[in-house]
Each structure stands twice: as C-alpha cells, then as structure tokens.
Write a protein that binds this ligand. Structure first.
Ligand SMILES: Cc1cc2nc3c(=O)[nH]c(=O)nc-3n(C[C@H](O)[C@H](O)[C@H](O)COP(=O)(O)O)c2cc1C
Length: 346
C-alpha cells in the first residue's frame, strides 16, 4: 500500500499498540516492523528484568530499553518503523522521552494524559510524534498548544475508543452510550483532513474488514493491541498469552486504576483480592504522577510485572473488548497477512 507519514514510509498502515509492562518489547515490535508495519515498544518499566530494578529504577529502565530497541531494530531488518509508547502520567516521562530521542526512534506515541510539552522534548529531531486522544476536544487542545508554543502539529494521531484494552480515556459513566468509534473517526478525520495528518483508529479493531471500514470513514490506518498478545513473538510470559487466548467477553471488567482513569482487564484472583484488601507496594518505585502509595488500593507496577512474568493469580491482565476473538497463538506475519488479504490488497 505504501503510506507516507512525513518523510517516513510504511507498507501497511497498522500500528501494534504499545503494551506495558513488558508485553510489547523488542521481539514483538521488531516482528511487526519486519512486516512493513509500525512496531511499538512500551517504555513503561522496560528494566523490570534487571537485577537493580528496584534500587536503581531509571538506570535499569534505560539499560532495558536500549537492549530492547537494539533487538527490535535487528529483527526488523530495516523494514517498517520501530517506535515507542510513553505515558504522560509516568514520573519518568521526560527522561524516557529524552532517551527515545537520543536513540533516534522512528516515532513517539504518547497518551494517558495530554502530551503538551512533547514537541519541546523532541526538538528538531527527525522523529514522528503522535498523541493518543479519545475526543476531538482533547485533540483540538493539543493542536492549539503545540501550534502556539512550538509551531508544530502532530505527525499522526491515534484515536482510542471505548473498546480498547488497558487504560481508557473516558470516565466510567462515559463508557456506556455516547459516541461510538465510527462517529468519532468521522469527526476527527474531517478535522484533520485539510491538515493532512494521518489518523489511526484503535479499540477493538481486529481484522482487514475493520481496516477497510475505518479507512472508508477517513482514517489512514489502525492501531491494534490485544490481538498481538496472541502471537509467538509477544514478549509476555506464555501463561499471560494463554490466559488472553482462553478468555471471553464474560471475563472482562472495568477497574479503577491508580493512573486515575478506568482500565479494562480480565477478572481474576488478584482483582477479587483487591476488592477486599489494599495491596500497596512494599518497594514503591514512585512510577506514577497520580498515585499516592499511602492510599492506593494496589500497586500497578507490582501487578503488571507479576502479570508479564506469568504470575497470573497476582497480576493485572489488561485486555481489550475483543479478547474473545484471540483464539490461538499465531505468528505476527500471519496476522498482518490476513489483515491485508481481508482488506483486499492481495
Ligand atoms: C495488555 C495491554 C497493555 C497496554 N498498555 C498500554 C500502555 O502502556 N500505554 C498505552 O498507551 N496503551 C496501552 N494499551 C493500549 C494499546 O496500546 C492499544 O491502543 C489498545 O489495546 C487497542 O485496543 P485493542 O486491544 O482492542 O486492539 C495496552 C493494551 C493492552 C491490552
């Protein structure tokens, strides 16, 4: 298809969404890029496997990230793009963006908060920058501030709807009713049209028919998360992947996250336990701007690290509302091929 975003070209307009902690690292993102798409490393706690992670968190994360980026680049064989996802709500946000810039990643996607100073942190580097938004209002605000302060607009935009996995840019009471992803796509694509900014749509997007539908509504492409967990290449422990494969819609719940917004996850022993007792960290690494370790119901870093390591009963397993469609483990290549075939390009 060959899609141009500023001076970079991808074969297919498919972003594998960043999934933290550790679900999308070098192996997954490199495999996605190799197929001519965009593979995203999540920069949340990339150092979680390092021995000094709890003593020296920032350094461990920097080391972990460097290794994962090298792996992704090697696996990509120069194809597609390798970028990062950095959540605004992280205390290490600025340091992580600076490292991504030093390492000259292809793109930075930033959500879970409004990335209002992202252009300043990236400067003149040849790196695509994109916010994740859930409404036209948020996008207009970002555009207004970026253009006024930095004379810059996003290079592309990710629109995340209510069906997404992980954190959701909506209040609990907004999750029922309101505008659907189709309507939001039309509205935002219309607004971006004369600015020539590509729009990628996320949240329960799964196959080539979805890609065709959203392109028909004015989007350039899609961002997909949950489906990529069911791959050989996904960086999570096999027990995490198997749980995703074996879960259905009935297993999904909306939780209140220490990030301060709701999240969609799989109901499990951990979530049942935190309903009745607090599980703060015994070794808080001060990861979130929004979390007060003295009052939080649970430590999200501990819970996500347990999950990615396969300690499923004590972990928080984020998943999107189409988790029931992930039925077996497949290769990244087969997912991209089937999407393109369904889209009608082959
Ligand atoms: C396990 C999991 C972890 C995620 N972690 C992050 C994250 O750290 N930062 C982020 O911006 N989005 C995160 N997401 C959202 C994905 O990047 C993607 O936008 C979303 O999953 C799209 O919806 P889908 O899962 O229905 O395809 C996560 C999603 C999942 C399922």
């Amino acid at each position: 298809m060959n899609i141009r975003i500023k001076d970079k070209v991808i074969e297919y307009p498919i972003i594998q969404g960043g999934m933290g902690v550790g679900i999308s690292l070098g192996r997954l993102s490199g495999a996605v890029a190799r197929e001519g798409a965009m593979g995203t490393i999540s920069m949340v706690n990339t150092g979680y496997k390092e021995k000094d992670f709890y003593r020296n968190t920032l350094e461990a994360n920097r080391r972990g990230f460097k290794r994962e980026l090298e792996l992704a680049r090697r696996l990509s064989q120069g194809k597609g793009l390798v970028g990062v996802n950095i959540m605004v709500v992280l205390n290490q946000y600025e340091e992580l963006v600076r490292q991504a810039v030093e390492e000259k990643v292809d793109y930075i996607i930033s959500g879970a908060g409004l990335p209002l100073n992202l252009p300043e942190l990236v400067g003149d580097e040849d790196i695509l920058i994109a916010p994740i938004v859930s409404s036209l209002r948020a996008l207009k605000l970002i555009n207004r501030i970026w253009s006024k302060k930095y004379n810059r607009l996003p290079d592309f935009v990710v629109l995340e709807g209510k069906g997404a996995g992980g954190h959701l840019g909506y209040k609990r009471d907004e999750l029922e009713g309101g505008k659907g992803l189709e309507e939001l796509t039309v509205e935002i694509a219309e607004y971006l049209k004369d600015k020539e900014i590509p729009l990628f749509v996320a949240g329960s997007v799964f196959d080539g028919y979805d890609l065709r539908k959203y392109r028909g509504l004015g989007a350039t492409g899609v961002q997909i998360g949950t489906r990529f967990i069911g791959t050989y290449e996904c960086d999570a422990d096999e027990r995490f992947k198997d749980l995703i494969i074996n879960s259905g819609k009935e297993d999904l719940v909306i939780i209140d996250s220490p990030v301060g917004i709701p999240g969609r996850a799989i109901m499990n022993n951990f979530l049942r336990e935190i309903e009745v007792e607090r599980k703060p960290s015994e070794r808080c690494i001060n990861c979130l701007k929004t979390c007060n370790p003295k009052t939080t119901q649970f430590c999200i870093s501990d819970a996500l690290i347990n999950a990615v390591k396969g300690n499923i009963d004590e972990g928080l397993i984020f998943a999107g509302s189409n988790v029931d469609r992930v039925e077996k483990k497949v290769s990244v290549k087969s997912i991209i091929e089937s999407i393109i075939e369904e889209y009608g390009e082959i």
